[in-house]
Design a binder for this molecule. Structure first.
Ligand code: TRP
Length: 443
């Protein structure tokens, strides 16, 4: 059976742009980015993060899309195909397999955060936050987190939503979400930004996010920035490879990937610029951790005319962004299981969704499992996967094959990209790893 019949192919490159942006823009941008910026001291961290996006993220994203489009199957089988085509060692297929595992690990804690978001959609609509101060909102968030039955129910709902879309086939299930709802989310962020500029402490937010002392940097925060560059671009586990497989053969990979990377970064920066003015205005600690979004934004909305309405809309849109990201966490595994022909799409999706559901319940009852899966994936599995992808494409694939698939034969970009992919990205990832390990064990 052809890929076309088995998984579907997108009719043009814009659907790839939208789906890949849908995967990239998610809780990572709106929930995680602001809080890790806060925890890691602001500007210096932002700078390292931006460098990681440009020097590591984008070059590796190009490589990942290339592998998918060359192989035209699930990441595991795409790797199998390319390894054979280029006559390389079968061990490289592990990139695909590790990705499936990493995806399930991420889905487990991602779904719990998504269920807090779902809870907030309802709280906002009910006007729960009217007139509350930051301290009270913070208590409220604590109570939401502690309400295990409700969170478990919402987590189940979120998993079912994802199973639904992936069972339909992402090529069919995703187009609409990406086309209409992503632009709407961005518009909402701009409204919030406007509010933050008018009412919040915008000057302090700007200087917090963009002025830096190099002495603020620790090896830990550098590793966090690197890991987040992978996380936010959905890199290093095959999600983007799987989407690359559905990309039409003629479309230019270079422009497409650049656009996705820029959009993703823009959303994260705007989210930060909308949240920090409110954080500083209402006396919330910038370093208060995962609750940052959940405490700061209700404060902003409660001070806004029509706040309940805008707040409900905003959290609903964040939920949709989380949804269009989470589907890409199981798609690689599902596509693989379907290709083995032992499962149909529905069975495969239910199986992997079920594993994610169990993992999420685990995270719900154990905060340390939640933290462990977050650190394991962002700071270890994704950068490692990305490192392998860079080395494989940079050093082990015939240059001709790569240039041909990129449509970059004789193009100066090819030389620049190859240089970065061979020497810059892998060396940076390796260096940051070594530094972080050294500091963990020998200091
Ligand atoms: N990029 C998404 C976010 O920022 C999360 C995500 C979706 C992801 N698919 C992924 C992260 C694959 C790593 C790998 O919220």
């Amino acid at each position: 059976m052809s890929l076309q019949k088995m998984h579907g192919v997108w009719s043009n490159r814009w659907i790839f742009v939208l789906a890949a942006t849908g995967s990239a823009v998610g809780l990572g941008n709106i929930w995680k980015f602001p809080y890790i910026v806060g925890e890691n001291g602001g500007g210096a961290f932002v700078l390292v993060y931006l460098l990681c996006i440009a020097l590591v993220g984008i070059p590796i994203m190009l490589a990942e899309v290339l592998l998918g489009r060359r192989g035209r199957q699930s990441p595991v089988n795409s790797m199998r195909y390319i390894v054979k085509e280029a006559n390389q060692h079968k061990g490289w297929i592990l990139i695909g397999i590790a990705g499936v595992v990493a995806g399930l690990c991420i889905l487990s804690f991602y779904s719990i955060v998504a269920s807090w978001i779902l809870h907030y959609v309802v709280s906002m609509a009910k006007g729960t936050f009217d007139g509350l101060q930051a301290v009270q909102v913070s208590d409220y968030f604590g109570a939401v987190r502690g309400n295990h039955w409700v969170v478990a129910g919402l987590h189940t709902l979120f998993i079912l939503m994802n199973v639904g879309v992936v069972a339909l086939g992402v090529t069919r299930g995703l187009g609409l979400v990406a086309r209409i709802l992503m632009p709407l989310l961005f518009a909402m962020l701009l409204i919030l930004l406007g509010y933050a500029i008018a009412k919040g402490d915008f000057a302090q937010a700007l200087s917090f996010m963009f002025s830096f002392k190099l002495s603020d940097l620790t090896s830990d925060s550098i590793l966090t920035a690197l890991g987040h560059a992978f996380f936010t671009l959905s890199l290093g586990m095959g999600a983007i490879m799987a989407y690359g497989a559905y990309m039409p053969g003629k479309a230019s990979i270079g422009q497409t990937v650049l656009l996705v990377g820029v959009l993703d970064t823009l959303v994260a920066l705007v989210a930060g610029l909308a949240i920090f003015p409110i954080v500083f205005m209402s006396g919330i600690e910038a370093s208060s951790g995962p609750g940052l979004l959940f405490v700061s934004l209700p404060v902003a909305f409660s001070g806004m005319t029509g706040g309940a309405f805008f707040g409900t809309l905003f959290f609903a849109l964040v939920m949709l962004a989380a949804w269009s990201s989470a589907v890409s966490l199981i798609e690689p595994g599902v596509a693989w299981l379907v290709e083995t022909k032992r499962f149909n799409r529905v069975q495969a999706t239910v199986l992997l969704g079920g594993i994610g559901w169990l993992g999420g319940l685990g995270c719900l009852y154990s905060d340390s499992l939640f933290d462990f899966l977050d650190v394991l994936t962002s700071q270890f599995l994704l950068p490692l996967g990305g490192l392998c992808i860079a080395v494989f494409v940079g050093w082990f694939l015939p240059r001709k094959l790569v240039a041909n698939e990129m449509n970059w034969e004789g193009h100066p970009m090819m030389e620049i990209w190859m240089f970065v992919l061979r020497y810059v990205s892998p060396v940076l990832v390796a260096l940051i790893f070594v530094m972080a390990i050294f500091n963990k064990f020998f200091k």
